[in-house]
Design a protein around this ligand. Structure first.
Ligand code: HEM
Length: 500
């Protein structure tokens, strides 16, 4: 008789109950309280994008500037004289009207539920997708900050920063060189004022020469676009020839001496970041931008923010409006801003079609390291005449070896399913806890990879099998990095950092 596949599959420690803290963010956080939250943000961004595709870059930058100062808490949206929005590095930010638009619609649909910080994170994701870039799942449940201070924004990167200064600012947020290069890759869309780089064109050195790292043809182009005598407010594409498309062209530009900002071009001057840029000229790896944005512990949230249970109390009909404290005062429009907030009609937006994105199925490759280590260990025990201990270790090694050849984790558009064999047959009922070995991502409460640098076990908790939550453990007999990447993309970030 065929033994239940689950037993054969892997050692599934589903019944072992270990208390695990709930992750702060989760995908589908609003699925019961405001089911149309994500679709509403999407349709709002689409509407604005159709009128002006450059709004995508504005929203992505807005999200980054929000996250870099005290975490992704929406505090950049708060208006007021001493608020973050008025800090010098933030003066060129745009796209606020899109967030206000989405927020006002969501207030009509489900008053006081959806945080401004989540709207911003979702809008940034949708912007990248609409610009033909990667798409990712945004775990939600961010809390809105109630304090917004321009003085806290001095750590934002400057276009004049050396590579060491950039490195330091990113490292302070838990971001490494790879994250720095990946995130700087956001400059594949959008524009800059000439004043942020014109000094490179005319008087870069004391002798009045241009920056020698600029290619000759680009120098001539930029000099035409940014004349020496202008006021510096002309807009220039950050990604020459491809400013509306989220692609690898930015990295090619940096390689070829066409980087617009000095900070961008410096990525080519340092051996470590150059290497990363070089690799990225081939392919913009899916998941990388979002994992950098989502996983840096210091970007996600700040414990001093509102508690989620209090969100209703503090939400406002417009982001930042009703939560004024002594730290700031609200003004009615973004008067210090290039863009004037404008609220478009609520009614026309309801008719817009929401684009649905079907994600490809991902199956991590098998990885034989755990069974090999176990068998090696058993061999060592045999060699030392410790047959009693060698037998169970060897048997477990053999079992896992067998399972590694045939068991696959299949991540389709909506769920993780355990399948077996070449034909990827269904694995039947879970012998321990019942139900199919298929769990929807929307039911995931939390997951972890132990340990990120040498993954042995993957843990997850889902509410599909039992409403109060069911825990599962599986040995990692798959490529840990691929497993981690797809889990982040489909189930949202875990608290541990990823495997190297
Ligand atoms: C590495 C350090 C960075 C520096 C020094 C930097 C600096 C700048 C500057 C000076 C501009 C032009 C602003 C203007 O003229 O209005 C700009 C634009 C932009 N930045 Fe960055 N940035 C950095 C990192 C990032 C990151 C990490 C992101 C997003 C993940 C980002 C997204 C953008 C976008 C999309 C634009 C275009 C905005 C628009 O068209 O309105 N930047 N950045």
């Amino acid at each position: 008789m065929e033994i239940k596949i689950t037993l054969l599959i892997i050692v599934n420690f589903s019944l072992i109950l270990i208390p695990v803290a709930k992750s702060q963010l989760q995908s589908g956080f609003y699925s019961s309280t405001c089911p149309k939250a994500e679709a509403t943000v999407r349709s709002t961004v689409e509407t604005h994008f159709k009128n002006d595709p450059t709004v995508a870059a504005a929203l992505l930058r807005l999200h980054f500037h929000d996250c870099f100062v005290e975490g992704c808490d929406g505090s950049i949206l708060i208006k007021g004289g001493s608020a973050e929005i008025n800090a010098v590095p933030n003066l060129g930010l745009r796209g606020f009207e899109v967030i206000d638009d989405a927020k006002s619609q969501l207030e009509s649909l489900c008053p006081g539920v959806v945080s401004c910080a989540d709207i911003l994170a979702l809008a940034a994701r949708d912007s990248v997708d609409l610009s033909s870039g990667p798409n990712w799942v945004v775990p939600t449940g961010r809390r809105d900050g109630r304090v917004s201070l321009a003085s806290k924004a001095s750590n934002l990167p400057s276009p004049l920063d050396s590579i060491d200064a950039q490195r330091q600012k990113f490292a302070a947020k838990g971001l490494d060189d790879r994250d720095l290069v990946t995130l700087a890759g956001a400059h594949t869309i959008g524009q800059t004022d000439c004043r942020f780089f014109r000094y490179r064109l005319y008087n870069f050195t004391t002798t009045g020469n241009s920056d020698p790292t600029l290619s000759q043809s680009t120098l001539t182009d930029f000099q035409k676009q940014c004349p020496r005598s202008s006021d510096g407010t002309e807009r220039v594409a950050l990604d020459k020839d491809s400013q509306l498309k989220f692609d690898v062209n930015y990295f090619k530009n940096v390689r070829d001496g066409n980087g617009v900002l000095e900070s961008d071009q410096r990525l080519w001057g340092d051996p470590t970041t150059r290497d990363i840029v070089q690799k990225k000229t081939h392919k913009f790896k899916k998941n990388k931008m979002e994992s950098a944005l989502l996983l840096a512990p210091k970007l996600v949230s700040n414990p001093s923010r509102e508690f989620r249970s209090n969100v209703r109390q503090f939400q406002s009909s417009f982001c930042g409006k009703s939560i004024a404290t002594v730290e700031f005062t609200r003004t009615d429009a973004y008067t210090n801003h290039k863009s004037i907030a404008k609220i478009t009609s609520l009614f026309s937006l309801g008719k817009k079609k929401v684009k649905t994105i079907k994600r490809e199925t991902v199956i991590p490759d098998p990885d034989y390291r755990i069974p090999i280590v176990l068998l090696g260990f058993a061999g060592g025990l045999v060699y030392g005449d410790n047959l009693l201990a060698a037998a169970p270790v060897g048997l477990l090694g053999l079992l896992l070896l067998f399972q590694t050849t045939r068991v696959r984790f299949v991540f389709d558009d909506e769920a993780l399913e355990v399948k077996v064999g070449e034909e990827l047959d269904e694995s039947g009922e879970n012998v321990f806890v019942g139900g199919k070995n298929r769990w929807k991502y929307s039911s995931f409460v939390n997951w972890e990879l132990w340990w990120p640098n040498f993954p042995i076990l993957v843990y997850f908790k889902e509410t599909q099998t039992k409403p109060e939550g069911q825990i599962h453990f599986f040995p990692v007999i798959f490529n840990g990095k691929q497993l981690y990447d797809v889990m982040v993309e489909r189930a949202g970030p875990s608290k541990t950092s990823g495997p190297n």
